[in-house]
Design a protein around this ligand. Structure first.
Ligand code: VG1
Ligand code: CO
Length: 565
């Protein structure tokens, strides 16, 4: 194997966002663009010396367009940069939680995930790369900042002249090592079994199997993305569900032309099935491009991700892996405080972190939290260091199986939520996204809100009812990591009202077109007679206040959000 050193010019836009570097495919296709970023990752890892002898890199993606090309390039660059082995998913495909699990199970040095997650794929869609460290979790900000700094000054990268590696057949291929020394191995694995085995150690598969055999109907939508093969192994082969329980389970390079984003807008086919009245299945779920997100639906019922996290925490002891209780919980700042109420009752700590899974890693490594979640359809536990879509689906099924075992009248998803709200009160919640707006207008909105920070506290906003809303405090959220002492500023604007209601404004860090402004709305409703009110109606006044404070319509000329969840 010969190593070539290629001269290159730096790009100035390779800043990793909330979850890795995401750009249009055509941006990644520019000469040296991918290589520069990959070398910047390796240079960051190598800063303190060589890659340790025998180091393995785990590698896989969600199967989107450009995945195969990128896999070959990264294998060649890993060889040139001193890795002894690359463990790659068959056909180059691995879900994000599967990569996290493989890194941990086989104690590999780290992993690269090729995905732009829920963003559209295909030639005209998005591509992305993320680096995960040896705990299985996304690289923390300290590392991603260094990667960005290196990408701005890079002058050369190293690549080995390997022949194209067959990534479609399981097994190992050995190549001669760097400049004739040692050897370099590419191992093609099928991670589905490893992942399904892990799930089987966490959940009561025989109880879920019984539930599914009892006439309980489920529908899982893989949205033409990575979870299809995992879902088939788990639900059909291991849990005995009929094949009709699955839809869109063939991964495709452009996700069937759709948006692999499991929410009420983009998972419309599943939503239609689940809201079909009496004939609807009892349980529905979907996951995103790289398999780390989940949407949970009941018969004619939508579970907000924030509520889902709270329900999982409240019922964790029904699941074998968490039967002994959970150490603590964490949620991203914009996620509703529903889980905080559960934590208070369980007398366990609850942490509030910035958006993005990378902030949960330290808390899990330190044993401070077991369950984590984000309002953006992400939930998981310390079994991996990523969010995990199928894990959340199995958790719900395990809860339903247990609750229905001991009850003669079936208990539905909607009933679980209603009794949860009865016990804890309801944190009514919604997120409004304004996608692809001009960056200047988006920044203008944020500046305009910040400029009001001095006068907002104690200001009262009129209400159509006899209620009025007074601002208690407002700030731009900063996070102090209690484990490593790091501080992250500018993580989203919070406007907190004296009755516990809240509006959060944040710019997305995963978009690739203009800016996406997210408005997160929350109000606490203790009165159970009002728990059935639709969230958009219950939050109507919060929405008006948000528009008034932000001048969003005037500044962006948008009259409606593009996505409401
Ligand atoms: C979004 C979500 C965030 C999530 C991130 C990655 O980020 O809001 O909660 O962690 O996507 O998820 P942003 O910056 O666009 O709001 V995934 O499934 O794209 O890896
Ligand atoms: Co994702």
């Amino acid at each position: 194997m010969q190593i070539q050193t290629i001269q290159t010019n730096a790009f100035d836009d390779q800043k990793p966002g909330t979850s890795g570097l995401r750009k249009k495919v055509k941006v990644f296709q520019q000469p040296h663009y991918l290589e520069n970023f990959v070398q910047s990752i390796f240079d960051t890892l190598l800063e303190n010396g060589e890659v340790p002898a025998g180091a393995t890199l785990t590698l896989g993606g969600d199967g989107r367009y450009y995945n195969r090309h990128a896999i070959q390039t990264i294998i060649q660059m890993a060889a040139a940069n001193g890795f002894a082995r690359v463990m790659v998913g068959q056909a180059g495909i691995l879900s994000t939680p599967a990569v996290s699990h493989l890194i941990r199970k086989y104690q590999t040095f780290g992993g690269m995930i090729l995905s732009a997650s829920h963003n559209q794929g295909g030639v005209h869609g998005d591509f992305g790369i993320k680096y995960n460290i040896s705990n299985g979790g996304p690289a923390p900000e300290k590392i991603t900042d260094t990667i960005f700094a290196k990408s701005k000054v890079i002058t050369q990268y190293k690549i080995a002249n390997l022949p194209a590696v067959d990534i479609d057949h399981l097994g190992e291929t050995d190549f001669g090592g760097m400049n004739g020394t040692g050897k370099f191995t590419v191992q093609v694995i099928n991670a589905v079994q490893d992942y399904a085995d892990l799930m089987q150690t966490l959940f009561d598969f025989s109880a879920i199997k019984q539930l599914l055999a009892s006439g309980f109907k489920m529908k899982f939508d893989a949205m033409h993305a990575v979870t299809g093969p995992y879902a088939r192994e788990i639900f059909i082969n291991r849990l005995g569900a009929p094949t009709a329980s699955l839809m869109n389970c063939e991964p495709s390079e452009d996700f069937g032309g759709g948006h692999p984003d499991p929410n009420l807008t983009y998972a419309e086919d599943l939503v239609r099935i689940m809201f079909a009245g009496d004939s609807a299945p009892d349980f529905g779920a979907a996951s995103d491009g790289d398999g780390d997100r989940n949407m949970i639906l009941g018969k004619n019922f939508f579970v907000t991700p924030s509520d889902s996290l709270a329900v999982l925490a409240a019922n964790a002891t029904l699941v074998p892996a968490y039967a002994g209780g959970i150490a603590g919980v964490a949620r991203s700042m914009p996620t509703s405080a529903a889980v905080d109420r559960v934590a208070a009752q369980l007398n366990i700590p609850c942490f509030e972190t910035p958006t993005g899974w990378k902030f949960f890693g330290n808390l899990m490594d330190a044993g401070k939290v077991t369950l984590c979640g984000e309002e953006s359809f992400g939930t998981s536990s310390s079994h991996v260091r990523e969010k995990d879509g199928l894990w959340a689906v199995l958790f719900w099924l395990n809860i339903l199986a247990q609750k229905n075992k001991t009850n003669s009248t079936p208990i539905s998803v909607a009933q679980i939520l209603k009794s949860h709200w009865l016990a804890y009160g309801r944190n009514v919640y919604s997120r409004h996204d304004y996608e692809a707006i001009p960056t200047d207008a988006a920044n203008g909105v944020i500046q305009h809100i910040k400029a009001q920070f001095d006068r907002l506290p104690n200001q009262t906003f009129a209400s159509h009812t006899d209620k009025s809303y007074m601002v208690k405090t407002c700030d731009d959220f900063s996070y102090h990591d209690s484990v490593d002492g790091s501080v992250s500023h500018n993580q989203g604007i919070r406007i907190l009202f004296d009755d516990g209601s809240r509006i959060v404004f944040r710019l997305s860090g995963t978009g690739t077109e203009g800016a996406t402004l997210r408005i997160y709305l929350e109000a606490f409703e203790p009165d159970s007679t009002k728990h059935d009110v639709d969230a958009q109606i219950a939050l109507a006044e919060m929405i008006q206040i948000a528009l008034q404070i932000s001048q969003l319509k005037e500044r962006t000329r948008r009259t409606e959000p593009t996505v409401i969840t």
